[in-house]
Design a protein around this ligand. Structure first.
Ligand SMILES: Nc1ncnc2c1ncn2[C@@H]1O[C@H](COP(=O)(O)OP(=O)(O)OP(=O)(O)O)[C@@H](O)[C@H]1O
Ligand SMILES: [Mg+2]
Length: 429
């Protein structure tokens, strides 16, 4: 249900009004209303038009039943009704059109239920009981939060991007209770479902093969539920089967996620950026996951530069993962100098927690409660959420690459290597 009919408290409203077009429905509604202790005279003759007229001059009821049989343009009429109906009213519509698309559109417009005529007393009782439950259910009265889309991009293979993506999605859904969608775009080798001990299902494969089928209902059916607040779309596409898509399916999926969830987390393999750069168009925050190695430093620079040119609206967080407490290939200081910005989050290497997570089929963040990894993951989530609020006017950190500058050219990578490797490199010159 969307905003116009989002339920509020009982208040002083009439419990029930109905506007029906035919005698049979009129009699049935009066009888069932009486059963429920509601005034039968609140059942009126006349359908949608009368409902709109009446509600424009009287207070809206808790539950509104409206017959749309005489409505020429149901969706348009529903919008007219939304303009005069106070927030909180739960609306049940009835009509003669047996079309699932209409049903979905009506539900998307805020209708609680749609009864196909002729309906029986039991069907009506059920629908009214459900509407009552919806009306009475406690709701978060807070303001609606805008949807946030976060992409997690590994600078190199195996840096732990998927571990970060699944952890982020888990934390958003569990700790922040935000309905979250996790989209694993590593179509052949993705591990998001595996990390949560789930079967990936065929959802993503179906979406790629048939983008025209993607809509709200598809999302509901195709996504695998990890919990009440977390759903995953992923695949284990056969290795022999190349991915045939122009990317349309992905944009469509993200579009639908925006309507159905509060947060979307995309595990976005960096190769996808080459094929489908437009995937970044609506991403609010990108988490660039690196490790403290030479190759990762180089590719962090290249990715930051690419993002600056191709996704200027996206806030960037650089996350170093699998950071060994001893001596990494490149020190943190050198790494930060080379990418010309500070690391936003440093996640330590912890084999025990990583293998525990794999054994339990839980995300790294869930397994890491109370540890340094847990604290780093929590900081990562807070920063990512903070960054979504400030997603306008992004900059890539102090002194990030300006157009035309080649940061790579300015950096002496060898100088960053530990002495032994440096000596070896010098010998090879
Ligand atoms: N902080 C960490 N400490 C120890 N091990 C970790 C940590 N983060 C991730 N790992 C482990 O590193 C391995 C690779 O992680 P993951 O699959 O998340 O990386 P990836 O970047 O998504 O890899 P790919 O490039 O294959 O997609 C996994 O075995 C994971 O358990
Ligand atoms: Mg991965």
């Amino acid at each position: 249900m969307n905003a116009p009919w989002k339920p509020g408290g009982p208040g002083q409203r009439d419990p029930f009004h109905a506007f029906v077009c035919d005698d049979h429905s009129f009699d049935l509604l009066r009888a069932v209303a009486a059963e429920l202790g509601w005034a039968p005279e609140k059942v009126n003759k006349g359908g949608m038009r009368n409902a709109v007229q009446s509600l424009s001059i009287t207070a809206s009821p808790q539950i509104l039943f409206v017959d749309m049989s005489e409505s020429g343009d149901p969706l348009n009429d529903i919008n007219s009704l939304a303009e005069v109906c106070e927030p909180g009213t739960v609306v049940i519509a009835a009509g003669q059109v047996n079309d699932v698309r209409l049903y979905r559109d009506l539900v998307a417009s805020g209708i609680q239920d749609y009864l196909l005529k002729p309906f029986g007393a039991d069907q009506l009782r059920d629908a009214l009981a459900q509407a009552q439950a919806v009306f009475m259910a406690p709701r978060d009265a807070g303001p609606e939060r805008p949807h946030c889309t976060m992409a997690v991009i590994g600078t190199r293979g195996g840096v732990g991007a998927s571990s970060i993506a699944t952890s982020l999605a888990w934390m958003l859904s569990e700790k922040k209770k935000r309905p979250t969608a996790l989209l694993d775009l590593d179509v052949h080798f993705g591990t998001n479902a595996l990390a949560m001990d789930l079967e990936p299902g065929r959802g993503l494969t179906d979406a790629i093969e048939n983008p025209s089928r993607i809509d709200g209902l598809f999302i509901e059916r195709a996504m695998v539920r990890a919990s009440d607040t977390l759903a995953i779309l992923s695949a284990e596409a056969p290795i022999s089967q190349p991915m045939m898509t122009d990317g349309g399916a992905f944009y469509q999926l993200l579009e639908e996620f925006r309507a159905a969830f509060e947060c979307s987390v995309i595990d976005l393999p960096r190769n996808m950026l080459i094929q489908h750069p437009h995937l970044m168009t609506d991403v609010n925050v990108a988490l660039v996951v690196a490790e403290l190695t030479l190759a990762s430093a180089r590719d962090t620079i290249r990715l930051l530069s690419w993002l600056k040119g191709n996704a200027p609206q996206t806030r960037i967080l650089v996350v170093a993962n699998r950071v060994h407490p001893g001596s990494p290939e490149i020190s943190r200081k050198d790494f930060e100098q080379s990418i010309e910005r500070k690391l936003d989050v440093v996640v330590p290497f912890d084999l025990r927690i990583a293998s525990q997570a794999a054994k339990l089929g839980k995300t790294l963040a869930e397994t890491a409660k109370g540890s340094k990894i847990g604290a780093a993951c929590a900081s990562l989530m807070e920063q990512a959420l903070g960054a979504t609020d400030a997603a306008e006017g992004v900059d890539l950190g102090k002194g990030a690459a300006r157009k035309g500058d080649s940061l790579l050219g300015k950096i002496d990578f060898r100088a960053m290597l530990p002495t032994r490797r440096k000596d070896k490199a010098a010998l090879e010159d």
